[in-house]
Design a protein around this ligand. Structure first.
Ligand code: PAF
Length: 279
């Protein structure tokens, strides 16, 4: 696996892949890889000839007081995992290759970025859309792979790709979970043993709520009761616990398919997010 940090050698390597007729799959990450990321790599390997993974802890998607400095960085271990999984190239740009001196451009996807994590983390999705647009232009993949764990991010990237004429496929990959239901996330590393044990209350409450909503229960009551249950199980703050249309993310007061339940809640110093289909 080649590890490339500068744009010129990246372009040379990609030109070689294209000359060989390879279909190029891009898996963008911020590193601290876990089985969820490796599932993205696996899907990319199934659908493409050359997988390019990127690792870049993107400063513009972290707000003030968020965990940019503490965000886990373990490039050597990540590179070993990617190489073992058959990734051909790791794009690990230096900061100036993404944000050159005087950088002044912002990609902002209206509407769909506003609620859920967009409300709790102002500016976050501008940072995501901007860096993903840059990665798309830098790598020019045939397909790009994103986890459904960050479902709003995936919806925003799909919208941006349609709006800005990125023509490659955007592939959403189902969330990978631990046996107790907790969605894998690089931020799970922040949890103490006790918090980790309590954290499963979030997906478990979501599963119970999804079942009750699909069975015809009153949406508002179910959401309220589930939120109270989560707050009684070791979480101290809920940013949102909402039922939304799975395509356009509009709020649903009454169950109608396609629907998804979205949650973000704080346990200790860690903010966990999750989403599941309701059907
Ligand atoms: O999901 C992530 O890890 C990041 O938001 C992404 C898509 C790599 C952009 O920095």
């Amino acid at each position: 696996m080649q590890i490339v940090r500068q744009l010129d050698p990246l372009r040379d390597a990609l030109a070689d892949f294209r000359k060989s007729g390879f279909k190029i799959g891009l898996v963008p990450t911020m590193g601290a890889l876990h089985a969820g990321h490796m599932r993205l790599v696996e899907m990319a390997s199934e659908q493409c000839d050359a997988v390019v993974a990127s690792i870049f802890v993107n400063p513009t998607q972290f707000g003030e007081g968020e965990d940019l400095d503490a965000y886990p960085r373990q490039e050597a271990a990540d590179a070993a995992l990617l190489e073992a999984a058959g990734v051909k190239l790791l794009w690990a740009p230096t900061a100036d290759q993404v944000y050159p001196d005087g950088y002044a451009t912002n990609v902002s996807v209206g509407g769909i970025s506003d609620g859920l994590c967009g409300a709790a983390r102002p500016g976050h999705f501008d940072g995501v859309a901007t860096v993903v647009a840059k990665l798309f232009n830098q790598v020019r993949p045939d397909a790009a792979f994103f986890g459904e764990k960050d479902y709003q991010q995936l919806a925003i990237i799909r919208r941006m790709a349609r709006d800005l004429d990125f023509l490659h496929d955007i592939v959403g990959v189902p969330t990978v979970r631990d046996p107790d239901g907790l969605a894998l996330s690089s931020r799970n590393a922040y949890l103490t043993a006790e918090q980790r044990a309590n954290a499963a209350a979030l997906p478990q409450a979501m599963q119970a709520a999804a079942k009750a909503i699909a069975a015809g229960g009153k949406v508002a009551t179910i959401l309220e009761d589930s939120a109270a249950h989560i707050l009684g199980s070791g979480f101290h703050k809920i940013d949102y616990f909402e039922l939304r249309n799975a395509d356009n993310l509009a709020v649903l007061d009454v169950f109608a398919e396609p629907a998804r339940l979205f949650a973000a809640a704080h346990i200790g110093k860690t903010r966990l997010i999750d989403n599941i289909p309701v059907s």
